[in-house]
Design a protein around this ligand. Structure first.
Ligand code: AMP
Length: 482
């Protein structure tokens, strides 16, 4: 009988993982691909600050380096100099639990009957237990994440080519997976058939290509964005050029709306739509839906700034800077417990008193998850002399956890799952609170409702909730994961 994942887990069962990651891949013979992938990853640092890694193929073998920490701390000239080759992939990851251990850092390097390969995953499988149970008894799992199970599933899948193996794995894997896969002389980029997490492709130089979670990574190294990789599409780049294959598994489109709301960088383009412009439109719509008699509009930096500017433009109120963020402090959700999260907010923001004193302030933020950050911000503003604080949120209430790759909170922790809007307003200490309507949110993206996974907003998920490996226990109203 195949062993279950927990029997092999390096850490105690129940110690759940949460990850939302950035991946990149580059095919550029003759170039310093490790350095290019490094700078690509650098642009994706916001997608995960827990660990980082690179793997490089030199035509014969794969060399790699991965460690805990920020990209700048994980690599130095010596390491980059050692990673020589024509193809590379990279990964940056975060976790919010004790699972932040180096064995979970990616890319993983694995063996298969087609030779060695390296694997970098963004997303969250929802049937990893099932996949683990299918693996032969003698398969050792070195990590504790669903990503490794997907890598092993691909390694052991039938098929005489990597594309065939990936397709075979796609027939059985459920959930979100945007993946960069490297062999000694080729790179592959593929997305799950739902297309939950982003993945795009661009050209590099005359005959090179680059793949990345977000287009901002392409721009950073001078690659030119071509398009999103489609749901269920497998891109193959090797000495014969670039090819595309599609899995026959067709699923309803389910791009994560939270990428538009919060996660992606504003200078990225997702499905042809600028994240900045989508957020700007969210702010404008919010001003129409929830106008208020006020003096100034501010935004909570950084993700809500386009929304704040949009709110100001539509309302006619002046946009001013009210909070300055210390950019060297990671996102508050990296802190492992509630106490540290709340401390993080004090470390993170400082008010511009001169813009706030005596003012009736509209504060635009992108989302309220647990409701830990916002009351701290309201107090900061009041302490700085704000006369009124009106919260405007460029998303609807988040009332369900995510099983597909965004680390948010458990059902119990989600403030909007447990309180009404007036109750939330009171709890946050604001003078008023307005959330963006889901229809306006969708409209701001220029896409249709059926293009998205809106699970955190309406409880409708493209696939079943994650199992224990998906790091979410369906019966305990899961913590989420990215
Ligand atoms: P809280 O309500 O205290 O959980 O924090 C919500 C704030 O964290 C929002 O203002 C967002 O900017 C940011 N945020 C939203 N989603 C996430 C997430 N998945 N992980 C970390 N921070 C997030």
């Amino acid at each position: 009988m195949a062993r279950t994942y927990d029997e092999q887990a390096v850490q105690p069962a129940g110690d759940v993982l949460h990850e939302a990651c950035g991946v990149t891949a580059i095919y550029a013979p003759g170039e310093d691909v490790a350095r290019l992938a490094y700078f690509g990853l650098y642009a994706l640092q916001h997608r995960g600050q827990e660990s980082a890694g690179l793997a490089v193929g030199n035509g014969v073998a794969i060399d790699s380096h991965r460690e805990m920490g920020l990209i700048t701390g994980v690599f130095d000239e010596e390491i980059l100099g050692r990673l020589r080759g024509d193809v590379a992939i990279g990964h940056t990851r975060y976790s919010t639990s004790g699972s932040s251990v180096v064995c979970n850092a990616q890319p993983f390097v694995e063996e298969s009957n087609l030779g060695p390969f390296a694997f970098a995953h963004n997303g969250n499988l929802t049937n990893a237990d099932e996949l683990a149970a299918r693996l032969p008894d003698d398969v050792r799992l070195a990590a504790t994440s669903d990503s490794e199970i997907l890598a092993k599933t691909i390694a052991l899948a039938t098929g005489g080519t990597w594309a065939e193996k990936i397709k075979a794995a796609m027939r059985v894997a459920e959930g979100a997976y945007s993946v960069a896969l490297l062999t000694p002389d080729a790179v592959y980029g593929f997305r799950d058939p739902w297309g939950v997490r982003p993945l795009c492709i661009g050209t590099y130089g005359d005959r090179g290509y680059m793949i990345a979670s977000e287009s901002c990574a392409l721009a950073t190294v001078g690659a030119h964005y071509l398009r999103e990789i489609s749901a269920g599409e497998i891109i193959v780049i090797d000495g014969r050029g670039i090819r595309t294959e599609h899995t026959e598994v067709v699923k309803p489109a389910s791009l994560c709306m939270f990428e538009y709301i919060y996660f992606a960088r504003p200078d990225s383009v997702l499905s042809g739509r600028s994240i900045y412009m989508a957020r700007y439109e969210m702010g404008r719509a919010l001003a129409r839906e929830h106008p208020v008699d006020a003096d100034v509009v501010i935004a909570v930096p950084d993700s809500a700034i386009p929304g704040g500017i949009g709110y100001a433009a539509e309302s006619g109120l002046p946009y001013v800077e009210g909070l300055i963020k210390n950019r060297y402090i990671g996102r508050t959700f990296i802190s492992p417990d509630k106490k540290m999260r709340s401390q993080g907010v004090h470390l993170k923001f400082n008010p511009i008193v001169e813009n706030l004193r005596g003012q009736r302030v509209v504060v635009v933020d992108d989302s309220i998850v647990r409701g830990t950050t916002t009351p701290r911000i309201v107090s900061l503003l009041r302490d700085a002399g704000a006369r009124e604080v009106h919260l405007r949120i460029t998303s609807p209430p988040i009332v369900h956890p995510c099983y597909l790759g965004v680390d948010m909170a458990t059902h119990e922790e989600l403030i909007a799952a447990n309180l009404t809007v007036p109750q939330i307003c009171e709890r946050l200490g604001a003078d008023s609170l307005g959330y963006l309507h889901i229809d306006s949110l969708v409209a701001s993206t220029g896409r249709e409702r059926h293009d998205f996974c809106l699970g955190c907003l309406n409880g409708k998920y493209p696939s079943r909730p994650a199992d224990s490996h998906g790091n979410v226990q369906a019966d305990r109203q899961p913590a989420l994961k990215a």
